[in-house]
Ligand binder design. Structure first.
Ligand code: ADP
Ligand code: MG
Length: 698
């Protein structure tokens, strides 16, 4: 006797006919384990097959259309092995259109004598310029004149596709009514959002109005993801993120930190610590941080300041304050190079004040690692600078009072949390140069207080940015030579270390010989991620002291390299990079008084769109405007580092298109937190929407 119990939404997917243990395993790896999870596999697009057009009308439309007429194949032949072409035509009362089939040799025999058929496909332009149908779907009219109306088209789901997928989805669909909506009705009403089951129903089995123009509009909305069903799912995704953020915040407000008491001579000593006076923006921000540190709730502050605005100096002062109260500070950076540079600056300033500053990265030797860990555990080392190594198992802090994360956007929330967990409610300062639009900031950093450095240190002259084709290289080299002769230093950045078969972009190793020849007599260094720490430090040091005049590098120099004499940044295959990343790279120059230049060299055949995009950099040095442009061109997933936040796993929500939803989800999440329902709702949403695991911290 087969099991007669009907499928429930919480049953394992293995209960579905057509899903065996192997398939279930693959689905589980995609986060799909329950029957209800299958319902979130939505159609990729919708095809209106209920509306038969004449060939004449179809010519004026884009996208797939349904036609009805006499279909006939005239000829078929193999052009070469494995390439069969069949040609024919479809004719109705309005006209006639050529039809071509690739690799369907059987079609010749089937349609040789002509049939009355429904034909579904998009009209495309052949090389000759005339319109034709290619590999259309065919339904012989005499056999079944019932034509589907609106057909949802599903993409593959793991190993499931076609008829098998449909069978599986149909079964899941049967338990739609039992799906529990995690969003309270009151919230839904307030925002006029459909219930979850209703939303899913409307997306899997949309209903169409009869009137032709209304019908077209609904199909277009479905395909654009702009129906109320879509909005509901977008809301759920954003609420998932907002509830993680709200959870963090609620937890933090419950913690107590030990307030940092500033010693009597702190201000005086702090002033002497740095070789320059703070800008008024830095001054303000340091004040905000010291206020926070003096409280008994742990600080959680985001310091946003454009590249070169002097965030490191602020970090140093925060560390200095915490050291005064006898506690430890940890400063984490995303790359070894940056960690090394920070270690260098901090040792140089705080070392003289009696701090013991050490560097812990993946490249330190085993023996050195042991010595560092033991010093950190006893508290002898009171400032630890490093990479991900800082939160690994085996690193125990004596009394971690402050965590600083530089270039925060490169880390996930979970990583940040792991470092925080090393202390007893330590204060947190995260720093980023990636200015992000307000809607994103609210989503991603909603639990953090914001400090902004909106002023650059004095004496900087604006960087001049120019776009050049690769044919201008010789002239660029002449320019570099004259700059170097006059005391400048330069970087040349390549997207790749070595030539790749799959990515058409300039590679450092391929260009090196040519550059050395063109800059004959100039001391040149190489810097990329595959070098060992010693080589890297030697090259950085020699460049800093001016022995090397030019560095050929990959994007490892994007963060952390700080050499004021550097005045020219040449970026090869610049169209391969995101705007924010280019802006960061450009920020490596213009740090001194010299007029600085950024030369963006395009790849051999840049598209017009790519050039257009680069022009944003020619026109502005405002990191905020650049981030916005990036977001528009490439979407949030591409914006530097947004990946780690799980934003790319948003399938329905668009942070640009739904700013008002973002704001609403924030208040809904806080409301749920007050009602004590937040944890439950968050777990459900994160699981359903499979939002980046990195993002979900338990
Ligand atoms: P970022 O904000 O990009 O991390 P850095 O902290 O690396 O910037 O600072 C960029 C450069 O500006 C460094 O060379 C630093 O010494 C210098 N700098 C920072 N603050 C000031 C200031 N108030 N006056 C002069 N130079 C400063
Ligand atoms: Mg920095």
């Amino acid at each position: 006797m087969p099991d007669q119990r009907p499928l429930g939404p919480d049953d394992s997917v293995e209960c579905v006919v057509g899903i065996g243990p192997k398939t279930a395993l693959v689905l589980a790896s995609m986060g799909i384990s329950r029957v209800a999870d299958l319902l979130f596999h939505l159609p990729r697009r919708y095809e209106d097959r209920g509306r038969v057009l004449t060939i004449d009308d179809a010519r004026k439309r884009r996208g797939p259309v349904l036609l009805h007429g006499r279909l006939v194949v005239h000829s078929g032949r193999y052009l070469r092995r494995r390439l069969h072409i069949a040609d024919g035509e479809l004719k109705d009362e309005s006209g006639c259109i050529p039809v071509r089939w690739f690799n369907q040799p059987w079609i010749v025999e089937r349609l040789e004598s002509g049939v009355d058929a429904f034909v579904y496909g998009a009209l495309g332009q052949a090389r000759t310029g005339r319109l034709q149908l290619v590999n259309p779907e065919i339904e012989i009219a005499s056999r079944s004149s019932a034509v589907d109306t609106l057909v949802p088209v599903y993409g593959k789901l793991g190993p499931l596709a076609g008829k098998r997928l449909k069978k599986v989805l149909d079964q899941a669909f049967g338990c739609l009514a039992g799906v529990v909506d995690p969003i309270p009705v009151t919230v839904r009403r307030e925002l006029a959002l459909p219930g979850l089951a209703e939303a899913l129903y409307s997306l899997h089995r949309p209903e169409l109005p009869d009137e032709a123009d209304k019908r077209d509009r609904v199909v277009a909305e479905l395909n654009r993801g702009a129906t109320s069903g879509h909005t509901r799912l977008a809301f759920d995704e954003l609420l998932a993120i907002a509830s993680v953020v709200a959870g963090d915040r609620a937890r933090r407000l419950e913690q107590t930190a030990s307030p940092v008491q500033l010693s009597a001579g702190f201000k005086e000593k702090a002033r002497k610590l740095l070789p320059f006076a703070l800008t008024s923006a830095q001054h303000r921000v340091v004040g905000e941080i010291l206020d926070d540190l003096g409280r008994s709730v742990p600080m959680a502050r985001l310091l946003q300041g454009d590249v070169g605005s002097g965030k490191t100096a602020v970090a140093i002062l925060a560390i200095f304050a915490v050291l005064g109260s006898g506690r430890q500070a940890a400063l984490m950076a995303p790359t070894e190079l940056l960690a090394e540079q920070l270690h260098h600056s901090i040792s140089a300033t705080l070392g003289a004040q009696g701090a013991r500053v050490r560097l812990l990265t993946g490249s330190v030797s085993a023996a050195e690692g042991r010595s560092i860990r033991s010093e950190v555990a006893t508290g002898e080392t009171n400032v630890l600078v490093g990479t991900h190594a800082l939160f690994q198992e085996g690193v125990a802090y004596h009394d971690l009072g402050l965590v600083i994360i530089d270039e925060q956007h490169r880390f996930g929330v979970a990583q940040r949390q792991r470092l925080l967990d090393k202390g007893d409610s330590p204060h947190l300062l995260v720093m980023t140069a990636t200015p992000i639009p307000r809607s994103l900031a609210l989503t991603l950093y909603g639990d953090l207080d914001l400090s902004i450095i909106d002023e650059l240190p004095p004496g900087r002259s604006p960087i001049r940015t120019e776009i050049r084709g690769s044919d201008a290289r010789e002239r660029i080299f002449r320019f570099l030579r004259s700059e170097i002769e006059e005391g400048g230093q330069c970087y040349i950045v390549y997207p790749l270390i070595e030539t790749s078969d799959t990515i058409a972009a300039a590679a450092l190793q391929e260009h090196e010989a040519g550059v050395r020849k063109a800059l004959d007599g100039v001391e040149i260094g190489i810097l990329h991620g595959r070098l060992g720490r010693e080589d890297r430090e030697r090259v950085s040091e020699r460049f800093r002291t001016g022995k090397l005049k030019a560095i050929l590098a990959t994007t490892v120099i994007e963060v952390g390299v700080d050499v004021p004499a550097a005045s020219v940044m040449v970026i090869e295959s610049a169209d391969r990079f995101g705007l924010s990343q280019l802006h960061q790279l450009r920020g490596r120059v213009g740090r001194g008084a010299r007029q600085s230049w950024c030369i963006l060299v395009t790849s051999d055949e840049p598209t017009e769109g790519a050039r257009q995009r680069l022009r944003v950099l020619e026109q502005t040095t405002d990191g905020f405007a650049i981030a916005e442009a990036d977001l528009e061109h490439r979407g949030p997933g591409e914006l530097t580092g947004m990946r780690q936040w799980g934003v790319e796993s948003l399938r329905f929500a668009n942070l640009l298109r739904h700013p008002e939803l973002v704001v609403r989800t924030r208040s809904v999440a806080r409301q749920l937190a007050r009602q004590g329902r937040l944890d439950e709702v968050r777990e459900e949403l994160l699981r359903r929407h499979r939002i980046g695991a990195e993002f979900s911290i338990g």
